[in-house]
Design a protein around this ligand. Structure first.
Ligand code: TRP
Length: 375
């Protein structure tokens, strides 16, 4: 079976380091490894609209930001198909059929949906005029896991590189695939999630030490931040609040600077930036013993982050002067993606027996059946 990747992001903001270590870096590696037959990377604008219906301009502006972030991070349109979700109407049709295979109760149990209902302030009993809560849960938002199953299955994806918050979505997709295949015959491919391989990458905390890097918390380092911005953000980063003087012993667990080093640091960085330590483990040991100041560790992190971000910034500057070309690339990618989705939709229609005009046997059999009735 062909090995195929489908993954993507909602265009609700620029991409940040959490996106990078959570999935983007891995996508670029997989792209360059050549071990996949096809890679589809989707800007999920239609999904972004499920909870931004009142803010289409925000979504529209962030489509190009995310496209620039993708290209800057090293996704290469000659190797990966980059496309915009809303330009593939076949996805809506698939979702409409999948809706028959999922219960309301099952959607209500989806942990990601549950968490997002809280986070977005959707409430079933918000009072009229209450501006802190949004009235009710939009049906489109509630059913987006089904739409996501369409995204994944339309491209016959075997592998979805994504963060752990997407696990319930992949699980729900697998259930839909099972249900579809057992009802209508083997048609759809069951996908697997590909999670980051270390805990720091799985859930990169924000610069404030809060569990997650997120735009609404204002604790992000963006791929498009300048070296100066990165320096400022790292210098202000949450460390160990009890590590007051250099000589105090410090905690590494829950210390954001060390978590970031876990996510980004490679052995060669020590030779280059901090040759007096052979490895991150030694640096941590010294911090724990006491005698190692936060600033020294932060300086290392700044150097490491800028080493990662410099080539990304350079590519971004290149593409920012070629916006029309970026759109042309997305248009070509969307055309290709549409062909792939249309082929799957065709299989789905055949399996569901809603291919009336293509099914010559159906017409012949019914012609005969009605003729026999008259005899
Ligand atoms: N839900 C993803 C996000 O929040 C975006 C997305 C939409 C996606 N469809 C997908 C991710 C399919 C992986 C596979 O960013």
């Amino acid at each position: 079976m062909a090995k195929i990747i489908l993954t993507g992001d909602r265009p609700t903001g620029r991409l940040h380091l959490g996106h990078y270590v959570g999935s983007l870096r891995r996508r670029v590696e997989l792209q360059n490894s050549g071990e996949f037959d096809k890679i589809f990377i989707m800007i999920a604008d239609a999904q972004a609209l499920t909870d931004n219906a009142d803010n289409p301009e925000k979504v529209r502006q962030n489509v190009i930001e995310v496209a620039l972030d993708y290209l800057s991070a090293g996704l290469d349109p000659t190797k990966s198909t980059l496309f915009i979700q809303s330009q593939i109407p076949e996805l809506c049709e698939l979702a409409f059929y999948y809706m028959n295979l999922v219960t309301v109760q099952r959607l209500q149990r989806n942990p990601t949906v549950k968490a997002e209902i809280q986070l977005r302030g959707f409430s079933e009993n918000a009072a009229e005029g209450d501006t802190t809560q949004r009235q009710g849960i939009p049906v489109g938002f509630f059913t987006y896991p089904i739409s996501q199953a369409s995204d994944i299955t339309a491209f016959r994806a075997t592998t979805v590189p994504a963060g752990e918050d997407q696990e319930p979505m992949i699980e729900q997709t697998r259930e839909i695939v099972h249900k579809f295949n057992s009802t209508y015959g083997p048609t759809l491919v069951e996908p697997e999630i590909l999670l980051p391989d270390n805990a720091a990458c799985m859930r990169l905390p924000g610069t404030d030490g809060k569990t997650k890097m997120s735009k609404s918390l204002g604790n992000c380092i963006y791929l498009s931040d300048t070296a100066d911005e990165v320096k400022k953000k790292v210098m202000g980063m949450y460390t160990d609040p009890d590590h007051l003087r250099v000589e105090d012993p410090g905690k590494v667990e829950g210390n954001t600077v060390f978590t970031y080093l876990d996510a980004f640091c490679r052995p060669e960085h020590f030779e280059k930036y901090l040759p007096e330590y052979p490895s991150l483990d030694e640096l941590k040991a010294h911090y724990r013993r006491g005698g190692l100041g936060d600033v020294k560790v932060k300086r290392l992190l700044i150097a490491v982050l800028n080493e990662v971000l410099d080539p990304i910034r350079e590519r971004r500057r290149y593409y920012e002067t070629r916006i029309a070309e970026v759109y042309a690339m997305l248009e070509a990618g969307s055309r290709q993606a549409r062909e792939a989705a249309a082929a799957t939709l065709n299989d789905v229609r055949n399996a569901m027996k809603i291919n009336y005009f293509d099914d010559k046997e159906l017409i012949a059999a019914q012609t005969q059946a009605f003729a026999e009735k008259d005899e």
